[in-house]
Design a protein around this ligand. Structure first.
Ligand code: SF4
Length: 137
């Protein structure tokens, strides 16, 4: 038995997942059939199944900016921060997060960049796009 808190909406239902025990009979999808209770809507059951079988997370991090910029072109009065905050548009399988972070940390972003611009497209063929979350001009 496992207790989870559903994070799909702010209600935060307390979920109880049963059926993970070793030797439990497999369901139609080859995984042990799970019994999920405590969810007020079907999305909670979907979340619990995914969390137990293949947990994923939205990843937030920062990328280095390719070159610092200055308002007057002299190189003085630098106003761009050294890094720009980024996030994945979709969740990444948890076991792949270290590899994704390594790629994010070495991706240099050229400015100007707008919030929502893609910084990494289809990372590793996983369909995961990383976007800037702040505009830097
Ligand atoms: S089970 Fe449904 S109602 Fe409950 S927290 Fe999850 S999404 Fe919200």
């Amino acid at each position: 038995m496992r207790n989870l808190t559903c994070i799909v909406c702010p209600i935060g239902c307390a979920l109880v997942v049963e059926g993970e025990e070793q030797g439990a009979a497999a369901g139609e999808d080859g995984f042990p059939a799970l019994t999920i209770t405590g969810n007020r809507c079907p999305r909670g059951a979907v979340y619990a199944r995914e969390e137990v079988r293949a947990p994923k997370r939205v990843v937030t991090a920062t990328c280095p900016i390719a070159a610092a910029v200055s308002a007057n072109g002299t190189g003085r009065g630098l106003y761009a921060p050294g890094r720009i905050p980024v996030k994945t548009l979709s969740p990444c399988p948890r076991e792949k997060i270290p590899s994704l972070l390594a790629d994010i940390y070495k991706t240099k972003v050229s400015v100007p960049v707008k919030a929502g611009d893609t910084v990494i497209a289809d990372w590793n063929g996983e369909g995961i796009n990383v976007i800037a979350v702040r505009t830097v001009s």
